[in-house]
Design a protein around this ligand. Sequence first.
Ligand code: ATR
Length: 275
Amino acid sequence: MDRYCVMGNPIEHSRSPWIQSRFAALMGHNLQYDKRLVPLDGFAQAIAAFRAEGGLGCNITVPFKFEAAAVADHQSPRAQLAGASNFLHFRDGGIHADNTDGAGLVNDIQNNAGVALAGRDVLLIGAGGASAGVLGPLIAAQARRITVANRTLGKAEALAARHAALAQAHGVQVDCAELAAVQTPYDVVVNATASSLSGAGVPVSPSVLKPGALALDMMYGPAAAGFMDWARAYQAIARDGLGMLVEQAAEGFLLWRGVRPPSAQVLAELRATLG
Ligand code: ATR
């Protein structure tokens, strides 16, 4: 049987096995997808072991996304821009790394939330690994303007600088700001910080929300609740990261298996399962 897995630490609560198994069942693919807890100092060994067992690919989650890019023989352009990978494919004798997080976010916003990104103003809050994974695909979706806002301005500037050529190629304006300096309204606001997790509250002014704006936190469950409550209180449309999670998995399934699974159906099922 074709074998895949998700590797991370911690990994217990990963929904990826459930999602990928549903995709496989709905598409009639016979595959096994497990989760593996990887010791913090044992990532390269874990990859080598899974390859030796005949594994065909893995998803990679916290804290190994940077190491995943490093162990690869080949990186997709979007993985290179992100500087991190959530997806590995063992094929043609080598390790191919990709990053499907950004495509997952863009597909969730456009296909599931029904907000076309072309010509929109987007605020991306945060400049860590989560932001780095999505900035390129947001640019490629032809937003009009993307502001990267971060507590540490220098990190936002470095991320934007890395994407300058892509932004120019797509005619997209990418700028940077400190969190408190962002005041003007945006159509789409994406929280890619760990601020909800730390209980620090939402780090930007509500004036960033245009009436009816889409406000999306990449987290889901209790970790996203603070940001979503804030968004609703200011008449924005609040969205958690569950759709992004399913869509990045769908993009991975497509790359591994050559067909796109019914992600909207699986997202609805997952929401029902989680209550
Ligand atoms: P991840 O891979 O989840 O993005 P990360 O690379 O550690 O994790 O980045 C965390 C992001 O959340 C950063 O943008 C961080 O801001 P700094 O670059 O200034 O550190 C942001 N962040 C974390 N806690 C925050 C808080 N309480 N308020 C605002 N931003 C916060």
